[in-house]
Design a binder for this molecule. Sequence first.
Ligand code: ADP
Ligand code: MG
Length: 723
Amino acid sequence: MTHELRVQAISQVTDRKPLPSKIPQRLEALWANDVFTLSKMQASLPKDVFKSVKHTIQTSGKLDVSIAGAVAAAMKDWATSKGALYYSHVFYPLTNATAEKHDGFISVQGDGSVITEFTGKVLVQGEPDGSSFPTGGLRSTFEARGYTAWDVTSPAYVMETDNGVTLCIPTVFISWTGEALDQKTPLLRSNSAINKAATRVLKLLGHTEVAPVNSSCGPEQEYFLVDAHFAHSRPDLLLTGRTLFGLLAAKAQQFDDHYFGAIPDRVQVFMQDVEERMYRLGIPAKTRHNEVAPGQFEIAPVFEAANVASDHQQLTMTILKSTAKKHGFVCLLHEKPFAGINGSGKHVNWSVGNATQGNLLDPGDTPHTNMQFLLFCGAVIRGVHKYGPLLRAVVATASNDHRLGANEAPPAIISVYLGTQVEQVFEQISQGQPESSAHAGVMDLGVDTLPVFAKDPGDRNRTSPFAFTGNRFEYRAVGSGQSVSGPLVAMNTIVTDSLTWIADALESEMAKGTDLNVAAQIVLKEVIDKHGAVIFGGNGYSEEWHKIAVEERGLANLRTTADALLVLKAEYIEELFDRVGVLTPVELESRFDVRAEQYIRAIEVEAKLVVSMAKTIIYPAAVRYLSELSTAIANSKAIGIEMDKESAEKVAALAQSMIDNVSKLSAAMSKSDFGSTENHMQYFAQTIRPLMDKVREYADALEGEVADDFWPLPTYQEMLFVK
Ligand code: ADP
Ligand code: MG
C-alpha cells in the first residue's frame, strides 16, 4: 500500500457514476416471482396434496412424507422453468452465515441419456458432509454425518445471480445423533413451545377458538457502505470488516446532518436494486433511510412469522453484500467499523399472535381493562427480569462488544422500557387495582391548515435496549451482522417460561374458586412486585443508571463477551432451555463452545493484523516522513536557520512508542496455555484488546503528524465523505 494507491482510489471514487437506474417494474409483477408460493403450489399440485402441505405450513404440524414426491416434482418443474439446473438445501450453521451445497437435478439413464429428477426423498432430507462447521465438540470430524431436513414453513425459492439459477430449500441442520447444529432448529422448537404456553393462557382467559400462536419478527438492519476502491486498500476492512486504525476526521457526525438526509444518488440506485431482489424473493422491504453516521443506512421489512423473517433476514444480508459489489461498494455489517462514529445494530421487533386473537401485545385504547394484553406484557417483563443476562449473552460477540456498554447505546444492562401509559397501569396493579389508562390524546399544532394530530400515549426512549413500542417489543442490542435467530429463540424461550408460570398460577388461584379477573390481578401483582425492578424509563446511557441498575436494582452489567457468554453455562439457563424443550444441555454447551471459540478467533485475527499493519504500513510511512523532516532540518542548518525539531521528535517518539507496544502485543499473543476457555476469553478481553488499543492510539496520533502525502491508508474523511 503506497500513498499513490490512495490517491488513485480517491480519483476513481470521485469519477464514479451511479449505475443506470432501472425503470421499476410494478410491484405486483415483481412480488414473490422467485418463490414457490402457496398459490404456485395450489396451481401445480393435486388438491389433496396441496391441502396437506398448506395445513402443515399453517399449523406448523408434522409433514406427511408420502406427499413429498408430488411436491418435489412440482417444485422441480417450476424451478427448471426458471432456468435452474441445480438445487440446494440451504441451512444456517452457528457461524451467522448461510450455508448451501449444490446438487444437480441430473439423472443419467441406462441408455446414456439424461433427465432431470428430484425425488421426495431428496427434498425432505439431505446429507451435506459439513464436517467443517463449528459444532462445539458435538461431532468429531470422523463422525461427520450431518443431515438437513426440509422446513416446510419457510418457502423454497430460486436464487438468481450472475452465475446462474439455483433452487433453494430452507432446511434445518442436525447431527447423526439428532442434535441441532444450526440456528433454525431451536427457533422452530421455541415457536412450538410458545404456541403451547400461550394457548394455555388464552384458553384460561375463556377463548374457545384459539388458532396456533406464533412469534413474529420485524428486523431493522443498519449497515455502512464504503466505496470498494477504499475498502480494498485497507487490509483491516478487507479481513476484519472494521478499521483497526484511523483518526477521526474533523467532521464526523456532530451535526447529525446525515440522519434522514437526502439519500445519495449512487446509494439510492443501490437500494432500489436491493429492494427489487428482495421483492422477487417475497421479502417485504418497506423502509429505507440514511442513519446517524455518514455512510450509514438502514433497511427494514414489514414483520413476518419469526421463522420466515429470520430466513429472510439472512437473505437480506446476502443481498446487501452481493448487490453492493455490483455497485462498487463494500457493505459493512460489522457493529463498529469506525471508532468514534455510531456503530450498526439490528433492532429485532418481536411479538406473539395468532389468527383468532390477533397481536397478543396490542394494548388497545384502554390497556387497564385489557387483561389479555397485561398478562402477555407481564410475561415479557418477568422473562426479561429473570433471564436478562441470557438476552445479553445471545448478542455477545467480539464485534458487538465495541457497541454494547462501550461508548454508545444500548447499554449492556438489560432493562425494559414500557412507555408512560403502560408503566402507569402496572404501577396501579402493584398498588391495588388498575383503574385508568393515560389517553393517547391529540395535539393542536397552532397551524390552521394542519389537521389535529393524533399523539401516541407514550414517547419513545432510544436509550433502552428492550423497549415496548406500541404493540411489540423492540430488542435493540442485537448486532448488525448477527443472525436474528438467537435473540428470537431467547425471547420465545423466556416468555414461554413466564406464560407457563402464569398459566400454572392462574389455574391454582381459580382452583380455589377465585374469579378469573381477580386471579389475573393477583398474578400480575406478583409479577410486577417481584420483577418490576427491570422496568426503567430514564436515560439508559447515564452513569447514574449504571450505578442504580447494578447496586439498587440488582441487574447485571456484563460488559464483555468474555463475561456474558458464561451465562450460557449457568445452571438456571441450562435448566430453562431443557425444561422448555428448546436446547438440550449438550446442545447448549456446544453453543457456548462455538461462541467462545469465535470470540477468541475474531480477536486473534485482529491482533495479528494490528501487528502487521503497524509494522509494515504505518511504521514505514512514519520513518520515511521522519527522514524527510531530518533532511530538512539538516539542510536548514546549512543555510544558517535553526528549524524547529519538535515535529521530528514527536514523530520519532510516537513511532517508537507504537513499535514498543507492537512488541508487547506480539509477546502477549505468544502465550498459549490458558487452562480453560473462560481464562482464554478473559485474557483476550483484558490483555490483548487493551494492547491493540494502545498500538492504535500511537498509530492514530501519527496519522495526525505525518505529512498527508506520505500516509498510505485511506482516511476516515475519505471513506466516509468522498462519494
Ligand atoms: P422504528 O424505526 O420506528 O422502530 P421501523 O418502521 O423502522 O420503525 O421498524 C419497525 C419494525 O417493527 C418493522 O419491521 C415493523 O414491521 C415491525 N413490527 C410492527 N409490528 C410488529 C409486530 N406485531 N411484531 C413484530 N414486528 C412488528
Ligand atoms: Mg427501531
